[in-house]
Design a protein around this ligand. Structure first.
Ligand code: IPE
Ligand code: IPE
Ligand code: MG
Length: 250
């Protein structure tokens, strides 16, 4: 088994449409191929003992795409959800979703809830789909929760600190991502994990998501392992401590 030091890997799975169109296929064909890649990466991450894998599959802004594309994406999501549930159970994967799930079609919501329920006692990979998700929406929800607590006199504004804000995020069950992988060569977060990415290592590959392989995933992990995470300290300080994982990461 490959020894991983990354605890949480998050992936911005980008480039399905361009990959397909450059091969004279429809964008939707790219999404179908992308779904297959996601399945392979999930099973690989689970088999190598990664603790957390988060996949950014559909952003808040993606709702603005043409209606037909959104509708086909939702159908694909439902199909994959139904098809893969037994594999999640079998592979001891605990499934979660983050994002404005109430905006998803009811059938998709029901299917997601079924997978969450059936995998809740699993102890292996924690797999999270970011669906109808945006980092700003995540932060907005946290601020709203804290404001409600102040209104209800459960909290005073002076008590708010970074830790409380982190805990108020709907995604607070996840540790900050150690590594964020983005395919398709775009060097941007596109509204993903804005708060949590403060000290994430970012790996951008020119490969489009449908052509991303297990080897590419391993290369990203190797890249991560070669980094020096300083969290604002000097290199000397990091070496003095020997174990940089002892440094606070937010
Ligand atoms: C990523 O691929 C999948 C989603 C965002 C749903 P894209 O659909 O963004 O593909 P490109 O980036 O247009 O090629
Ligand atoms: C980011 O990809 C969102 C997902 C991968 C789900 P986009 O294709 O939506 O991002 P932009 O528009 O290129 O920034
Ligand atoms: Mg894209």
């Amino acid at each position: 088994m490959q020894k991983l030091s990354a605890n949480h890997v998050a992936i911005i799975m980008d480039g399905n449409g361009r990959w397909a169109q450059s091969r004279s296929h429809s964008r939707f064909y790219g999404h179908i191929r992308g779904a297959k890649v996601a399945k392979n990466i999930i099973e690989h991450a689970s088999s190598i003992g990664l603790k957390h894998l988060t996949l950014f599959a559909f952003s808040t802004e993606n709702w603005f795409r043409p209606v037909e594309e959104v509708s086909l994406l939702m159908k694909l999501l439902l199909k994959q959800m139904e098809r893969e549930r037994s594999n999640l159970v079998k592979n001891n994967i605990q499934f979660h979703c983050i994002g404005e799930l109430h905006r998803l079609p009811p059938a998709v919501q029901a299917s997601i809830n079924k997978s969450i329920e059936q995998t809740k006692d699993n102890t292996g990979l924690v797999l999270t789909f970011a669906l109808s998700y945006s980092g700003r929406q995540d932060l907005t929800a946290a601020v709203r929760l804290l404001a409600e607590k102040i209104e209800n006199k459960e909290l005073q504004s002076q008590e708010i600190n970074e830790q409380l804000l982190s805990l108020a995020l709907p995604s607070s069950f996840l540790p900050d991502p150690d590594l964020i992988i983005r395919t398709s060569g775009e060097s941007r977060l596109s509204n993903f994990f804005l708060w949590q990415a403060a000290y994430s290592e970012i790996y951008v590959t020119p490969k489009m998501w449908p052509e991303f392989t297990l080897n590419d995933f391993n290369s990203a992990i190797n890249y991560y392992q070669s980094r020096e995470r300083r969290f604002g300290r000097t290199s000397h300080q990091v070496h003095e401590r020997l174990d940089s994982s002892a440094l606070p990461n937010n």
